[in-house]
Structures are given as structure tokens and as C-alpha cells.
Design a protein around this ligand. Structure first.
Ligand code: AMP
Ligand code: MG
Length: 325
């Protein structure tokens, strides 16, 4: 069985092809770049996806060395995400599913990040730390669902680094720039807000921006934002590990690429005698292989979505029955 998956929830349009053994045959993508100093403009990102979709599909099939006839199931990212982007992706998936008479499976973007992480790292039953542009959540599998143990109460960690980068005058996505600047910084105190297992980053970001405006070097701000926010995420994850008795941690999503974050997790998980898994860089950001893989798992396990519409910009991960775990 071969699955073709289309990702297009936000900045990236991707097409990945995966077989039943979990071999990734291709994973082509193209990303919309937000204008300097600005965030994603949803309609512009959707226009980007619309322009590149045929070419990305063609390249993905070519790389996998197959044709549409060899595909058994078509999956697409149905949410959560930016509505204009989701619609371009869903309509395109629907069109090729009709044209080639293939079953169509809507996939939750977050489940995609988790399952590609489990597939590519070999983590079995981890606490998942899902840190992307749209999500900051500490998740674990319990009784048929990916349960959220803790999440952000306001902005995501991805938002923090991107908004800070914008304030400094760097383009989005800002994470890699912040990480680089942080290497030369010293610590300044910033608000640290953990409530139970939930996190609040907005006060930290506001304080950081105020300090920046008052002339504290940007390197110090970047370093301190990283140290403060990452410590908050590590603290909550440790609590989730203690609560569930799980001993694996899996970092997924774009922010997982951050080496300082990985290092802090390595120390915490190591001290507990557990094991840390980090999704490989090529699969940490948005791409189609993760959608393709979940599409295949869903299809094989007879899963059907609870979606009323073809997209759901606010689809929650804990609404989805995980039949294949
Ligand atoms: P995703 O939505 O999963 O594609 O992740 C995108 C987010 O990851 C953006 O907010 C990026 O700024 C962030 N990101 C990417 N690389 C890094 C990094 N090295 N450190 C921190 N954040 C990063
Ligand atoms: Mg993502």
C-alpha cells in the first residue's frame, strides 16, 4: 500500500509519499517566506500553495519513481491551520482523489508531527513535546487518544521566537536567528510563568521586548528568552513524565531543531534514566510525509474523521481516536 500526503496548513506546501513499511519514498516541499518584519499573510501563503501545488506533486511522484496509478490512498492536512491555506490543500486533494478515483483521508496536522516523530526515531510511548509555529503542547497517549497534559495559555513558543526576531528586524521564521544570537548572550531575568502543566509566554515576550527597547543587547535578550521559555517547557514535561510513569520524551515541530532546547531536555531526561528522541531535522518542520504516514495508518485501521466540513482550522488533537497505536 502506498500513500500520498499533502501538507498545507500554514507556510509550507508539501507532498510526501510513504509505503506500508514506513519507508519515505519522497518528501518534496516549498515554503512561503513572510515579508521582512512581518508574520505570515494567510492569503499570500494560500496563493503560494496554489502556485506550487502541481509542481510539488509532480516532483514528489518523480522522486518516488511512481505514477498516480500506484497510489492507494490520498491524505491531506485538514487542520488545524490557516483557513485559506487549508482550503487550497483540501480542494487540491479532493480534485486528485476524484480524478484518479482514490480514497481521501483528512489528517490532523499535529498527529502528523507526532507519528512522523515516532516513525523516524523509534520512540514507542513517549511524552511528546510538540513545539511548532501553531502549537506548544505536552502530549501523551492514553486510552485511545493523544491527551494534552499541558499547553500554552496564549502564544506559542514558535510565536515567541518569531515575534522577537521581527522586533530585532529579522525575517520569519526567526528561531534559527534567535538560536545563533543566543550563543553570545548573558542572562537577564524575565517572567517565568508555569501554571500546573500550562504555560504562559506572553508576559516573558513583552518583558523581553521592553528590555530590548531599553538597550539591553539583543544577544542577552535572545539567550534569556531561550533559557526562560525552554526551562518552563522542560519543567512541565518532567511533571508529565512523573504523572504518567512514561520514560521517553519525543521532541517534534520546528522548534525541536534548537540545540539548546535539545541539550536541556537531554539533561532532564538523562537524570530520570529515560530516553530523549528528537525528530530528525528534515522531518521537524511541516512536510507531506507526516500527512502521508498518518493517512496510511488511519486508512488501514478503518479510521474515519469526525470532521463535519473538509477542513477545521481549530481541530483539537484530543478529539481524534487513535486506532493504530
Ligand atoms: P513548524 O510550524 O513546525 O514548521 O515550526 C516553525 C517554527 O519553528 C517557527 O516558529 C520557527 O521560528 C521555529 N524554529 C525553527 N528552527 C528553530 C530553532 N533552531 N530554534 C527555535 N525555533 C525554531
Ligand atoms: Mg507544524
Amino acid at each position: 500500500m502506498i500513500s500520498l500526503g499533502l501538507e498545507g496548513t500554514a507556510h509550507t506546501f508539501g507532498c510526501g509519499i510513504v509505503n506500508e513499511k514506513g519507508e519515505i519514498l519522497s518528501n518534496e516541499k516549498s515554503s512561503y517566506i513572510a515579508p521582512l518584519g512581518k508574520g505570515i499573510i494567510p492569503t499570500d501563503a494560500a496563493e503560494h500553495h496554489s502556485k506550487v501545488k502541481e509542481e510539488i506533486l509532480r516532483r514528489s511522484l518523480e522522486k518516488a519513481d511512481i505514477t498516480m496509478r500506484d497510489i492507494d490512498v490520498i491524505a491531506y492536512s485538514a487542520g488545524p491551520g490557516l483557513a485559506p491555506c487549508l482550503l487550497v490543500t483540501a480542494n487540491f486533494a479532493e480534485k486528485i482523489s476524484t480524478d484518479y478515483n482514490k480514497p481521501l483521508v483528512p489528517v490532523h496536522h499535529g498527529v502528523g508531527h507526532i507519528e512522523i516523530g515516532r516513525l523516524t526515531t523509534g520512540a514507542k510511548d513517549p511524552i511528546i513535546v510538540y513545539l511548532s509555529g501553531g502549537h506548544t503542547a505536552i502530549i501523551g497517549y492514553t486510552e485511545g487518544y493523544y491527551k494534552i497534559f499541558g499547553e500554552t495559555e496564549n502564544i506559542t513558543l514558535g510565536n515567541v521566537v518569531d515575534m522577537l526576531a521581527r522586533e530585532i528586524g529579522l525575517s520569519s521564521p526567526g528561531g534559527p536567528y534567535i538560536e545563533k544570537l543566543a550563543l553570545k548572550g548573558n542572562f537577564v531575568e524575565l517572567p517565568y510563568t508555569v501554571k500546573g502543566c500550562d504555560l504562559s509566554f506572553s508576559g516573558t515576550l513583552t518583558a523581553a521586548i521592553n528590555k530590548l527597547k531599553r538597550g539591553i543587547p539583543k544577544e542577552d535578550i535572545c539567550y534569556s528568552v531561550q533559557e526562560t521559555c525552554f526551562s518552563m517547557v522542560v519543567e512541565v514535561t518532567e511533571r508529565a513524565l512523573a504523572h504518567t510513569g512514561k520514560n521517553e520524551v519525543l521532541l517534534v515541530g520546528g522548534v525541536a531543531a534548537n540545540k539548546r532546547l535539545q541539550n536541556m531536555f537531554d539533561v532532564m531526561v538523562g537524570e530520570r534514566g529515560g530516553k530523549l528522541y528528537v525528530v530528525p531535522h528534515e522531518y521537524s518542520g511541516d512536510q507531506g510525509a507526516m500527512i502521508s504516514w498518518v493517512g496510511l495508518l488511519s486508512y488501514k485501521s478503518g479510521w474515519s474523521s469526525n470532521l463535519k466540513d473538509k477542513i477545521n482550522p481549530r481541530w483539537r488533537i484530543d478529539e481524534i481516536k487513535i486506532n493504530w497505536f
